[in-house]
Design a protein around this ligand. Structure first.
Ligand code: ZN
Length: 144
């Protein structure tokens, strides 16, 4: 499915360039080049995990009924959990997620950079044909 780009001043919040909520990319300005590739990679990740989430929701609905709907935003649940795990790891490892040029980066941002979804997106955005050659669930290889 094609991703739709929605340009808005109000969303995402200030400080964020763009946010992908499949099948939409919300941005302050129409993303191009690496920025666009970055968001499209998140779109692929979200779509893959949505298939799993729908299957899990269906299966769990027989056990826990409507509560199973809470499993649908699985991508974002995993995102939040991975950020928390990385926050702890970064608190104890001051070199984790630092910039190559040695400039300061706050702990919350080092944790964000180290989230496997983000690591794949930052890696893949540099290559023009990354989306073509990318294998499904490739973000798993970015768990470090
Ligand atoms: Zn990202």
């Amino acid at each position: 499915m094609t991703m739709r780009i929605i340009v808005s001043e109000k969303f995402p919040p200030k400080g964020f360039k763009a946010i992908t909520l499949w099948p939409f990319i919300f941005a302050h300005e129409t993303p191009v080049g690496a920025d666009l590739r970055h968001e499209l990679i998140h779109g692929k990740q979200q779509m893959e995990i949505l298939y799993l989430a729908v299957a899990l929701t269906f299966g769990l609905s027989f056990v826990i009924g409507w509560w199973a709907l809470f499993v649908l935003p699985l991508y974002y649940i995993i995102y939040g959990l991975m950020w928390l795990v990385e926050l702890f790891r970064c608190l104890f490892d001051k070199s984790r997620g630092t910039r190559a040029d040695g400039r300061h980066r706050p702990t919350w941002k080092r944790a964000y950079i180290m989230i496997p979804y983000e690591r794949e997106a930052y890696y893949g955005e540099k290559e023009n044909d990354y989306l073509k050659k990318r294998k499904p669930w490739n973000w798993i290889h970015f768990i470090k």
